[in-house]
Each structure stands twice: as structure tokens, then as C-alpha cells.
Write a protein that binds this ligand. Structure first.
Ligand SMILES: Nc1ncnc2c1ncn2[C@@H]1O[C@H](COP(=O)(O)OP(=O)(O)OP(=O)(O)O)[C@@H](O)[C@H]1O
Length: 411
């Protein structure tokens, strides 16, 4: 198939040779120039995410075909097929493929593409299509730079190929956790241990924490929006960006005094980004779109805020005992009971200061989404919910940090 047709813009860059059964290494495309790892095949093709699935299907199937050699080799290795030859798979026709939606997501469209050989063997990959305008809140270059290192450390799905507006990844055989699972002490301990490991991954490049840069960038964008819809405009005009700016500055100054350790943080550890294979006891962190160097306490606080679940019930935020249970397993995965009291207290203060930053971050994110996202969701309402929660928690979180700092000063 060529580059013509609705929903299909552009052609493979080199990887097209793979679709004809060749072994040539794909050439560099914009994705590589934007920071993709050099050994991952790329294609300049893009798929129109706005098409209904039946119309999109033929275009989607082209993506794994264009990126065929590595996807194929990976799939063969997993399924024990074809003994390393690419000829077998390239001769399959489209009737051997099936496609289903895994998730509409808030941000992306995730599809499972499966291929069945004559032998009956089947294997699957995922094709993730980036949602329109998501580059306004997601730094794709940062994400693509981090994935190979996270993948090498055993995190997430394997990156098999990159095309203009999405990626092909391995399919993970595991169930997605629910918010209730995530709060369960045994699973919470596993998440804490895995987060300890995640925070030790070294991603080359700048180690500067990005949290406040990102928040200030969001603030700038969020304060300059124009809504055509009357109702939305009225709600938007009630927001005081001067007030938010003052809050952000004050919170940043306070958190700077804590000298919190900086790590490569996931930054979006909600239940939907945690998968568990119960029989193997393997926990997966997925979706590194928001990953960056940041404060460890921020990553933990952001995860705790997600205990609120789909009902956004922030009363589900863990109490001190549940937080300590998590901290113990995070700080000393092998000997959780041996963590020192002062280390627990320090992480408690750190986490519950950054708890506020997480509310501000997602509140501002939601404002931008309210303008640019095609998804029918009350993002403005979500802004008010998160900013309201910030205000509700502000006093107790500020005084916790301030009294801890004054205790430190007074020895
Ligand atoms: N590689 C994978 N293999 C199997 N299932 C996956 C894989 N990646 C994601 N999923 C499933 O798809 C769901 C959505 O994935 P993901 O969170 O990456 O998408 P998203 O569009 O970023 O969603 P959101 O914006 O809501 O976070 C996950 O909760 C998980 O159930």
C-alpha cells in the first residue's frame, strides 16, 4: 500500500523496504532528529486519529508492516516462529491481522494489532496513536530519550518502532490495576519497591528537575487561553492567574528549602499506568509520557493523590500509617522495618509538600486540555476540582513543612 488514501500521510522512511522482506536499516526521520534512539526503526508515516476505527484499520496495519523487520524479529522470538527469517511474515496478507482498541485513554488511542500465522500461532503488538495537540503538554523528545533506558532496566513495554504520530510497542500480558488494588497494602509495598528501582535509573542528559519549569510553562499557556464557548469563557474568567502565580512561587520557595533528592520520576503513577501479571507476580509501570527528572517526594505524592481514583475522592489520600508503610518499602525494599524514624519523617514532610505541587500541575494541565483536547470531558471542572483541593490542603501542608524546617533550624 502506498501513501495515498485518507488517514495516511507520508510513507515509510527506509522501513518500507522491510515491508517487502528486506533487512535494511531504516533511515533517519524527524522522530530520530527529535531524540529517538538510533537503533529503533522509524517511519515518517502518520495515521489520522480522527478516523473511525474501520476506516483507520488498513492504515494502522501498515504501521507494523512498515516497521516490519524488528517488530517481526521480536514477535518471532517471543512466539518461537520462523527461526529468524523475515520472509514468512511479510507474505502474510491483511486477513491475518486483527485489530482492537485497548484504550481510548485521556490522551492517546491504543490499539492491539495481532497477527495469526497459518500454524495458528498468534502474537500481538500495541500501536499507540498520539492524541491531537498532546505535544502541548507532553515533551515527546524527552519521552523517547528515556524509554530505551527504562526499557533496559526492565520497565514498561518494549519500544519496537516509531512513526510520525505514534509508537509500536510490545503487548504486555497483565491486568491493569484498579485504584482499590493500588491501595491494598501488599500491592502498595510492591509499587514502592518498584518505584525505588525506577528512581535509580540513570537517564543521560540534564539532571535538572523539571517540575517548576513545567508548571511555569503550563501557567503561561493556561493564562493566555481564549474560549469561544460562552459558558466556558465565563468559567475561565473567574480564575485569578495572579493568585495562582503567587501560590506557585511561594510553594516553590518553600519546597526548595527541603533540598529534596532529585530522581528520574514517572510523574503519572495512576492505577491505569500500573499492570500486574498475577501468575508471574510481575508488576509493570507503563506510560512514561510525563517522565522527567523531578523530586522523589513529588512522584510519591502524585501517586498518593491518585488514590482518589475515578471518583476523584481525595479523602482516599493515604493516612500517615499507610504512607509510612509505602515509605519503608520504598526506602529499604529488603529491610523495610529497619528504616530510621527521622528518614520516614523527612520523606513524609517532603511528600506532603509536593502533594500541593501535584494538584497545581494537573489543574493547569486540565486548563490547557479544556482548550485543545477533542475529548468530551469537563476539563474546566477538573481544574476547579484540583485547584480547590490545593486550597483545601494548603494550610496544613505549608505548616507541616514550615514547622519541620524550623525544628531543623533550632537543632
Ligand atoms: N503495552 C501494553 N500492553 C498491553 N496493554 C497496555 C499497554 N500499554 C497500555 N495498555 C493498556 O492501555 C491502557 C491505557 O494506556 P496508557 O495509559 O498508556 O494510555 P494513555 O492514552 O496515555 O491513557 P491516559 O492518558 O488515560 O493515561 C492502560 O491502562 C493499560 O490497560
Amino acid at each position: 500500500m502506498g501513501s495515498e488514501g485518507r488517514g495516511w500521510n507520508g510513507a515509510a522512511a527506509g522501513a518500507g523496504d522491510g515491508a517487502r522482506g528486506g533487512e535494511e536499516k531504516p533511515t533517519t526521520t524527524a522522530a530520530v532528529a527529535a531524540g529517538a534512539p538510533a537503533d529503533v526503526p522509524t517511519s515518517a508515516a502518520s495515521v489520522d486519529i480522527t478516523l473511525p476505527l474501520p476506516e483507520m484499520t488498513p492504515h494502522i496495519m501498515q504501521v507494523p508492516l512498515l516497521l516490519l523487520p524488528p517488530v517481526f524479529r521480536f514477535a518471532c522470538a517471543r512466539a518461537g516462529l520462523c527461526k529468524g527469517s523475515v520472509k514468512g511474515w511479510s507474505s502474510l496478507d491483511s486477513s491475518c491481522f486483527s485489530i482492537e482498541t485497548v484504550s481510548g485513554g485521556i490522551t492517546n488511542l491504543l490499539l492491539k494489532v495481532s497477527v495469526k500465522e497459518d500454524t495458528g500461532n498468534e502474537f500481538s503488538v500495541t500501536v499507540r496513536l498520539y492524541g491531537p495537540n498532546t505535544d502541548l503538554v507532553i515533551d515527546r523528545k524527552r519521552e523517547l530519550q528515556a524509554i530505551p533506558y527504562l526499557s533496559a532496566a526492565g520497565f514498561g513495554a518494549r519500544l519496537l518502532g516509531i512513526f510520525e504520530n505514534g509508537v509500536v510497542q510490545s503487548f504486555i500480558n497483565a491486568r491493569t490495576l484498579s485504584p482499590a488494588d493500588m491501595r491494598e497494602p501488599r500491592i502498595a509495598a510492591e509499587i514502592a519497591k518498584e518505584l525505588h528501582r525506577f528512581h535509580q535509573v540513570d537517564i543521560p542528559g540534564s539532571k535538572e528537575p523539571q517540575l517548576w519549569n513545567d508548571i511555569f510553562k503550563f501557567l503561561k499557556k493556561a493564562s493566555a487561553l481564549k474560549f469561544e464557548d460562552n459558558e466556558k469563557r465565563k468559567r475561565y474568567e473567574t480564575i485569578s492567574f495572579r493568585e495562582i502565580q503567587d501560590e506557585v512561587k511561594e510553594l516553590k520557595d518553600l519546597s526548595d528549602l527541603l533540598h529534596a533528592p532529585v530522581v528520574f520520576a514517572h510523574n503519572d503513577l495512576l492505577s491505569g499506568n500500573l499492570m500486574l501479571n498475577d501468575s508471574e507476580g510481575k508488576l509493570y509501570f507503563i506510560d512514561f509520557e510525563y517522565g522527567s527528572y523531578s523530586y522523589r517526594g513529588y512522584d510519591i505524592a502524585n501517586h498518593f493523590n491518585e488514590y482518589a481514583g475515578f471518583d476523584c475522592d481525595y479523602n482516599m489520600y493515604p493516612d500517615k500509617d499507610a504512607q509510612y508503610h509505602f515509605f519503608r518499602n520504598y526506602m529499604q525494599p529488603d529491610r523495610p522495618s529497619e528504616v530510621q524514624a527521622q528518614d520516614l519523617e523527612a520523606l513524609y514532610v517532603e511528600t506532603n509538600t509536593f502533594r500541593l505541587a501535584s494538584h497545581i500541575y494537573w489543574a493547569l494541565w486540565a486548563l490547557i486540555q479544556a482548550k485543545v483536547s477533542p475529548i468530551d470531558f469537563d476539563y474546566l471542572g477538573y481544574f476547579f476540582l484540583r485547584y480547590g483541593e490545593y486550597k483545601k490542603q494548603r494550610e496544613s501542608c505549608f505548616s507541616l513543612a514550615q514547622s519541620s524546617l524550623s525544628e531543623l533550624r533550632n537543632g
